[in-house]
Design a protein around this ligand. Structure first.
Ligand code: SF4
Length: 241
């Protein structure tokens, strides 16, 4: 029995299968909606990522568009706006007052650093450390930004990626963010890290759901060790606990 998907396939093979089998529509992903916005702005992308924490893309995309329309998406507009106006605009994303404070902190940070160019110029790993010091900005937010906007060799881990890496046996069940991120980066390689991140989200939404994963329909069913492990431990393939 394979302990890890690596025993049966390399990252490129898995990536190719996922690319062929899953559809990633840019309009379904908050980060890609912000990335496609014009003029392209690294600050707007960070704003979108803060709005997308712990909520659905439908809600965060709505909040992003309302904020753009009502307040603006540049650091100066957000820093000078009334906090209540920001809260009202981003209400569809939930946790409006906490997120509004984070956006204000982010805007002031970027202004103090000399403007948006700082986000494009600063060494990505130094930038990661600096952004992580801002309250409300977490690992996933920073890593999505760095891999999508800066093409940096990092792998952003959301709940789908974490669950899948564990089911694939790339990490143990208790692995934390950094361990999972490093394992996925090694598996897929730096060049594929940004698109592989979204393919894992699509896989998690379509087949590898938290409850009742659809293993028998999954394009990776012959490579993934999880269905066998689930059967071996007496768990139902379709309803593992
Ligand atoms: S759905 Fe099942 S077979 Fe597919 S990746 Fe998830 S655990 Fe593996």
């Amino acid at each position: 029995m394979a302990r890890s998907i690596r025993d049966r396939a390399d990252g490129k093979t898995v990536y190719d299968i996922l690319s062929r089998s899953l559809k990633v529509r840019w309009e379904d992903y908050t980060a890609l909606v912000a990335y496609a916005d014009r003029p392209r702005s690294p600050f707007s992308l960070l704003v979108a990522l803060v709005l997308s924490q712990n909520t659905s893309d439908i809600n965060s995309i709505r909040a992003y568009r309302r904020l753009k329309e009502r307040v603006g998406l540049d650091p100066e507009s957000i820093a000078s706006a009334d906090t209540r106006a920001i809260e009202e605009a981003i209400r569809p994303a939930g946790l409006a007052s906490r997120r509004a404070e984070t956006l204000k902190r982010l805007a002031r940070f970027v202004i103090d650093a000399g403007g948006e160019d700082f986000l494009s110029r600063e060494d990505p790993f130094k930038l990661r450390e600096t952004l992580l010091k801002i309250k409300g900005v977490g690992f996933k937010t920073v890593d999505v930004f760095l891999s999508l906007y800066r093409r940096a060799p990092v792998f952003a881990v959301d709940t789908h990626a974490a669950r899948i890496a564990k089911r694939w046996g790339l990490v143990g069940g208790k692995a934390g963010y950094r361990e999972i991120s490093d394992a996925l980066l090694r598996f897929f390689g730096a060049d594929a890290s940004d698109s592989a991140h979204r393919l894992l989200i699509a896989l998690g939404r379509t087949y590898c759901r938290a409850r009742n994963p659809r293993c028998s329909d999954c394009p990776l069913r012959d490579l993934c060790p999880y269905p066998e492990k689930a059967t071996d431990t007496g768990k139902s393939r379709e309803n593992p606990k």
